[in-house]
Design a protein around this ligand. Structure first.
Ligand code: 5AD
Ligand code: SF4
Length: 458
């Protein structure tokens, strides 16, 4: 729309016209999704995407609070932005996400980084345009971290790709694992309505999206808070009938709620991808109990074996925390043993990071950081051997790949994803992005695969 065509009210609404925004996203897929909502919100004000941070008139940082490392990165970025703003007075700096939903951190950011114009929490997304409008006018930093649960229905969104969409199905978490800050910053579980999810997926399929990923901190507790209590397996089964979609993914599944019904639904649903991200966190029953995970290693391994028995070619990935308070050598050895038995396709392993307000924060912790680093290295080394040998099983197979575009490390190659979520690089043309093609796997490495495309798209 041309500026001249706007009436004065619209003009005031679109104060970002002719200006550029930059969003920096930390953390999980829910944050990536939220950043797509933020992008749509700021574009509704007239802003356009900047090619580089230095070009931006509006910088938004979407933060993560799960561990200390991403928090430190945010602090160092805010320090740099403080300097940038001294040279560029009109720059608006906004900080949102899980870090800022915590009152003490929100106030710390306001005090420590006085160039920040707006601090907003995870519940403030619907109010973002108004908050930015205020921030532009007001010298004082604006803080909105109200716990307003009303905004759980979708807002306009600007998706990063035209073939894959994030689709939140449940917000928040009720599990209170003793190390985790998420229930405090994302609130209680709120499921989206069953029919709204089906309608959104159908709309995405009409727009040409081939793959959706259902998001939630614990997708398999979906529906317990809705009338009639529809469950996650029934949602998946219904989504499997949406014409036009080729792939349905979901994350994260909590082991304690992963039922046989869910496994059978995944096995039966031809669109439902053969991949479970099933965080185990530890292989020691003592530690699992202190973590409040509500399963033991035997139950977890049973689950892994059931999934592998029922779903051929399934991949299972996991998260592991090393150095939880009270983890002794024996406990860590139990984790290594579990990793060897489960034979995960890959894991994300983290050193425990104490989080304010969590139950684990109070637990005595006598292990040095150095020792924890050693454990992490040992775990990663063992897993890397397993990942490589699991990947080697795929060599010579021809598999379906959804092409994602040029490889980041070698622009002469294309990168795509197998149904089991593994990445494959192969020579091919840029025009394949978003298409499903057959690729023969030629070489396996620890983190990814290399292959050759076999002719026509599916
Ligand atoms: N310290 C280390 N890792 C953590 N995670 C969550 N909280 C913490 C913490 N306090 C890890 C868990 C979780 C993943 C998203 O992050 O492994 O599954
Ligand atoms: Fe955190 Fe546990 Fe909830 Fe996952 S299930 S978000 S680890 S509290």
């Amino acid at each position: 729309m041309q500026k001249e065509e706007l009436n004065p009210i619209d003009l005031a609404q679109r104060f970002g016209e002719g200006q550029y925004y930059w969003i920096n996203t930390f953390g999980c897929q829910m944050n990536e999704h939220d950043s797509e909502v933020i992008a749509a919100q700021v574009e509704s004000l007239g802003y356009q995407p900047a090619c580089a941070l230095e070009e931006a008139n509006l910088v938004i940082i979407n933060t993560c609070a799960v561990r200390k490392k991403p928090e430190d990165k945010v602090s160092s970025m805010l320090g740099k932005l403080d300097l940038l703003k001294k040279e560029k007075d009109e720059l608006i700096i906004a900080v949102g996400g899980c870090m800022t939903q915590q009152e003490d951190l929100a106030l710390y950011i306001k005090k420590r980084f006085n160039q920040v114009d707006l601090v907003f929490g995870t519940h403030a997304l619907p109010r973002l345009p108004d908050l930015l409008k205020q921030a532009r006018r007001q010298k004082e930093t604006i803080v909105d971290i109200t716990e307003d649960y009303s905004g759980s229905e979708p807002l306009p969104i600007k998706r990063v790709t035209a073939y894959h969409a994030w689709l939140p199905i449940i917000y928040g978490c009720n599990n209170y694992c003793s190390y985790c800050v998420v229930p405090f910053v994302r609130g209680r579980e709120r499921s989206r309505k069953f029919d709204d999810i089906i309608a959104e997926a159908t709309g995405l399929a009409h727009q040409g999206y081939r793959e959706i990923t259902l998001l939630g901190q614990n997708v398999n507790s979906y529906g317990h808070d809705l009338p009639g209590k529809p469950d996650f397996a029934s949602l998946l089964a219904k989504l499997n009938q949406v014409n036009g979609l080729a792939r349905i993914r979901f994350m994260t599944a909590h082991p304690k709620d992963s039922t046989l019904d869910l496994i059978q639904t995944v096995a039966r649903g031809e669109k439902i991808c053969e991949h479970f991200h099933l965080p185990v966190q530890s292989g020691s029953n003592k530690i699992l109990s202190k973590m409040n995970r509500r399963y033991n290693r035997e139950q977890y391994l049973d689950l892994v074996h059931t999934i592998k028995d029922r779903i051929p070619e399934v991949s299972i990935t996991s998260d592991i925390i090393v150095g939880f308070p009270g983890e002794e050598d024996d406990d860590f050895t139990a984790t290594l043993e579990l990793v060897k038995q489960a034979r995960f396709d890959s894991i994300f392993a983290f050193i425990y990071s104490s989080r304010r307000g969590t139950r684990a924060e109070k637990l005595p912790d006598n292990t040095t950081y150095q020792e924890k680093e050693k454990r992490l290295q040992k775990l990663n080394k063992i897993q890397q051997q397993i990942s490589l040998s699991e990947n080697e099983k795929l060599v010579n197979k021809t598999m379906e790949v959804l092409v994602e575009g040029n490889s980041k490390s070698n622009p002469e190659l294309q990168t795509g994803r197998l149904r089991n979520n593994k990445l494959v690089h192969f020579p091919g043309s840029d025009s394949l992005t978003g298409k499903l093609i057959a690729v023969q796997i030629k070489e396996a490495r620890t983190w990814n695969l290399f292959g050759e495309s076999e002719g026509e798209p599916f």
